[in-house]
Design a binder for this molecule. Structure first.
Ligand code: PXL
Length: 266
């Protein structure tokens, strides 16, 4: 029997990011995937690829998690990945579900805004995520923008800055942190910083172009979840996930949207 992993995330219809990326990643990493949808995002091809966003009703989110946790007891299902939440009501519902039926491994991708959205549009949502879900996380995977927001740093320009951010985010969350530099830290390598309070490791891979790819962050967190579900430590999982996502970025799918999509296959 395969190991199991759940994603609680939004639908991103084009299949680059969100729950679609998570489920493809779970399959590619050989774990049985489940998804509870928090929202539906539809890019708008006629309006600058603006993100049209519809939240799923809080009661329906709770029902989905109830169905999943009822079907598979905590012995089989101990790992959950949290992706885009979108509203304070969703965050409260998901946080309650995580407290009701504690998961051993909570991998939080703290999606504060989607790529291309206006920063700062949803401060109340960001604050709710920090207050209610971040304390429950065992692994957290902030991107460049989210690392600045969570650490309170004004700028993260260098590897040293990213290390400082990872340490700060560990202090405030207690989680193992994978702070993603992506294409936003200058230099030939895409670097991510792992820090769990004991081990500091800079994960490196040569950059594949200079433009971000949709779904890389979702797939990284989902791959970490899959590896942890199979028994890896957070550090082992982060290393494997980094290699997996580097491949997925390399064999990307071209898109008319501003970002190409990662491909989790060969
Ligand atoms: O890449 C972050 C992300 C996560 N989840 C959903 C999204 C996006 C970005 O578009 O739509 C549902």
């Amino acid at each position: 029997m395969p190991k199991l992993a759940l994603t609680i995330a939004g639908s991103e219809a084009t299949g680059g990011a969100g729950a679609q990326a998570d489920l493809k990643t779970f399959q590619a990493r050989n774990v049985f995937g489940m998804a509870a949808l928090t929202c539906i995002v539809s890019f708008d091809p006629r309006n600058d690829w603006n993100h049209r966003f519809v939240p799923v009703d809080a009661a329906v989110i709770a029902d989905q998690i109830d169905a999943i946790t009822g079907a598979y007891g905590p012995e089989a299902l101990d790992t959950v990945k949290i992706g885009m939440m979108g509203t304070p009501a969703t965050i409260s519902t998901v946080a309650q579900a995580l407290r009701d039926r504690p998961f051993a491994n909570v991998i939080l991708d703290p999606v504060l805004i989607c790529k291309g959205q206006e920063p700062g549009a949803a401060l109340d949502t960001d604050n709710a995520l920090k207050a209610e879900v971040l304390p429950l996380a065992t692994v957290v995977t902030p991107n460049h923008f989210e690392s600045m927001s969570l650490s309170g740093m004004d700028a993260i320009d260098t590897e040293a800055d990213l290390i400082e951010a990872a340490k700060k985010i560990h202090e405030l969350s207690g989680a193992a942190v994978v702070a993603k530099g992506g294409v936003r830290i200058a230099g030939p390598d895409a670097i991510d910083v792992f820090y769990d309070g004991e081990t500091l490791e800079v994960l490196r891979a040569p950059k594949v172009g200079d433009v971000a790819v949709s779904g890389a962050g979702c797939s990284l967190a989902a791959a970490i979840a899959a590896e942890i579900a199979k028994g890896a430590t957070p550090l082992e999982a982060a290393r494997a996930a980094k290699a997996f996502v580097t491949d997925a970025i390399t064999v990307r799918v071209a898109s008319n949207a501003p970002f190409d999509a990662v491909w989790q296959g060969d």
